[in-house]
Design a protein around this ligand. Structure first.
Ligand code: ZN
Length: 171
């Protein structure tokens, strides 16, 4: 068991080196504002799907950050820093529970359309004008993407592409 712990510790150190290098790239891009948000956090391996900032902790899934490649890691860190600088947590807070997931998507659309127009570029994910979001206008705020998302989800329901849960199924 001590051997396993040593290995874990070692990979955690490697992750931290990669994260610091990615922050240095943000500085090189002239984005000290985003770099300083990441630098102020304490990176911790965590049981999360990808990566997220919670309070002053950068919770990351080690497998995720090791699998995406360094260029993508820079974009992903810029994306997470922008959730902080744009104060999305406070802006989510007013949303009723049923709309939280949708506001998160709206916030991601706001960030990724912005990042696409910078020298950093947008990470993989939901981007206005691309893929499933091809019809979405660019450069809106999360609040303005919300009604567009509601309309899209309603249209999807109409088309039966998303099946509603039948009534009474829970017994
Ligand atoms: Zn996001």
């Amino acid at each position: 068991m001590p051997k396993v712990n040593k290995e874990k510790k070692h990979t955690h150190v490697s992750d931290q080196i990669c994260l610091r290098a990615a922050v240095a790239v943000l500085v090189a891009y002239g984005r000290e504002d985003l770099a300083s948000v990441i630098s102020a956090t304490n990176p911790q391996p965590a049981d999360v799907p990808t990566i997220e900032i919670s309070s002053q902790t950068l919770n990351y899934n080690p497998e995720f950050i090791r699998s995406i490649g360094f260029t993508e890691l820079v974009k992903v860190l810029a994306h997470e820093a922008l959730h902080v600088t744009r104060d999305h947590t406070s802006r989510f807070y007013v949303c009723i529970d049923g709309f939280k997931e949708m506001f998160q998507r709206a916030a991601d659309l706001e960030i990724n359309t912005y990042l696409e127009s910078t020298n950093i570029g947008a990470p993989q994910g939901i981007i206005p004008g691309k893929g499933e979001y091809a019809s979405f206008p660019k450069h809106l705020t999360a609040e303005d993407y919300l009604p567009v998302l509601i309309k899209k989800d309603a249209a999807a329901l109409e088309d039966n592409r998303i099946k509603p849960v039948p009534n009474g199924e829970q017994g």
